[in-house]
Design a protein around this ligand. Sequence first.
Ligand SMILES: NC(=O)c1ccc[n+]([C@@H]2O[C@H](COP(=O)([O-])OP(=O)(O)OC[C@H]3O[C@@H](n4cnc5c(N)ncnc54)[C@H](O)[C@@H]3O)[C@@H](O)[C@H]2O)c1
Length: 272
Amino acid sequence: MDLVLREGAFLGETHIVTGAAQGIGFWIAQALARHGAQVAMVDLDPKRLEAAKAKLESAIQPMKNAPLVVPADVTLEADVKRAVSQVLEATGCINGVVNVAGITRDSRITKKSLSDFNLVLSVHLGGTFLFTREVAVQHWHPLFKANGDQPLDDGVNRFIVNFSSVSARNGNVGQVDYTAAKGAIEAVTRTTAREYSNYRVRVNAIAPGPVNTPMLATIGEQGIAAMKRATLLGKIAEPGDIAATVLGMACPRISGYTTGQIFATNGGMYLA
Ligand SMILES: NC(=O)c1ccc[n+]([C@@H]2O[C@H](COP(=O)([O-])OP(=O)(O)OC[C@H]3O[C@@H](n4cnc5c(N)ncnc54)[C@H](O)[C@@H]3O)[C@@H](O)[C@H]2O)c1
């Protein structure tokens, strides 16, 4: 991936990216690493993660800080606790978390099983909550206490980027669980922005339109063509487009005065 920000914009920082083995998460990990961050790549399967790490390393040369591979299921509290402590032990600091991991189990409400509904909620909403909580419990809150309960005005970049979707506002047939999770993630983003303001963490969410990834491929060619027509820009986004927006959200020079907001990166599919 080409530079979007200045070279070394995130040098000395550690960023956790969930869902980093493929799709948008992989591209975000690559984009952050390309700008100097040490990235902790979280996903379900260790082998897929190792392959993604190797791909990332071959794309960025020379690489200053090798990515960390952190297998974890974002729905499991014990996994998320272990993942955060593992990253802290390795780097001593977590600057940013990008909560990307996601799944779909599309079917109409009348055919939707409760187990699928709960699973989709658990991955998107539960995973976002667990990483948000653990990074603060293990790292940002102790920093705040050590600072005499005073706001962390130390100039250190701290951010969370959550993943919503255009369908949170637009609705989408077959996605009652997914749209519920994404709408809730937007609300969680605003509450977290308020609760974490004393840690000086900027908390925002991105709500992409359709993006060319394995997740989108599940809707088939006709579905993809309809999505394309529904945008004003007449195209499906590439994962790199979304990663570029996330870079701006992570960068204090660009979004240093922005928190609790939802970035509608949707090609004009929905105008709010
Ligand atoms: N692709 C799109 O059109 C689109 C549009 C809007 C929003 N989004 C959102 O962007 C994010 C990424 O989507 P994508 O298209 O790259 O999906 P993807 O299916 O290509 O990748 C998702 C990744 O998340 C991982 N994952 C799933 N469950 C997990 C779990 N329990 N623990 C850890 N990792 C887990 C998967 O293994 C996979 O590597 C999702 O939150 C999705 O809802 C995607």
